[in-house]
Design a protein around this ligand. Sequence first.
Ligand code: SAH
Ligand code: SF4
Length: 360
Amino acid sequence: MVKGTSISDPGRMRINDIINSASQGKDLTKEDIVQLLLISGRNDLDALFSAADDVRKIAVGDEIYLRGIIEFSNFCSRNCLYCGLRRDNHAITRYRMPEKDILLSAHYIRKLKVSTVVLQSGEDESLNRDSLCRLISRIKDETGLIITLSVGERSFEDYRAFREAGADRYLLKHETSSAAIQKRLRPGAPFENRLKCLYWLKDLGYEVGTGIMVGLPLQNVGMLADDILFMQKMDADMLGIGPFITHSQTPLANCPNGDPDMVLKVIAIARLVTKTTNIPATTALGSLSRDARLKALSCGANVIMPDFTPLQYKRLYDIYPGKSDDNTDVETFMINLHAQITKLGRIIGQGSGYRKQEIK
Ligand code: SAH
Ligand code: SF4
């Protein structure tokens, strides 16, 4: 672990070398990344965050892109041990938004000049291919929004049909690249299948998002380094990096929350090594610490996902605590957000917010 703040300290010089190499576009080894994940001194953290912020500015500019999320069903047939929507959590009321309510929310997203809608749900078996395709094409026809889906693992044929119906992007976090943790925390959901889905999505021409939870039980910095290398190798367009947050109605009720500072380090390193990806300052990070969510925008992140789920549904989308009990209406959230973004010297992105293909 790097200690001390003196520039003559060999540990600090090594950290500076690693940060400089990454900034110059050189590949980092797993060992390099572990060194960065272990830094704790204020000066080293500042050096890492400011290098990531410089890369962000050069690679993706000052725009912060907004994606309006609609959490349209909280039914889930899976049983991920970390998640409040898991099948065996009988303590929550389940809902499925009627199509007309989803469309109203999509129109509202358009009205507030957000160019992308993210449709997210549990793995709801009753959302069959035809009904989702109809929803996608209605949203596309009526609003022209860019459509991101986040509805979990489906068949190749489903993904192809959704794409043909008008879906543009897909979020499917790999959650952790540790086979051991996957096996424990995602029963009946082999990691190979999730990977297969990610490659299908890429083949079908979606912009693909993957990502992780930081602070899962049994996770260590070596695994987080593997995750960062995985995201680089996968060449994903978007990276969702947030803390694991303990939910009392799950088997992980006694495990501690992820550390927001570790999340910031992962975001910063992910920016250094992937350069042009779109990286949200995640809602989960904001649930643990509002400051950390803002800080994320200054150490690599360039996307925010305001929640447009109508309040009566939003409070039931109880993936993790703190998420569903934020009663701020989205219009107020957006007004505050504009002020915060201006204060940071940044601007709201106006265009589509696709991943930039080349560094300007
Ligand atoms: N069912 C879909 C999409 C909804 S879940 C899927 O699983 O892909 C969306 C994300 O919520 C997951 O990718 C996971 O990273 C996150 N999540 C679930 N439980 C969480 C928890 N306890 N803390 C933080 N994030 C959590
Ligand atoms: Fe279902 Fe997604 Fe939660 Fe797993 S993480 S239980 S798939 S909603």
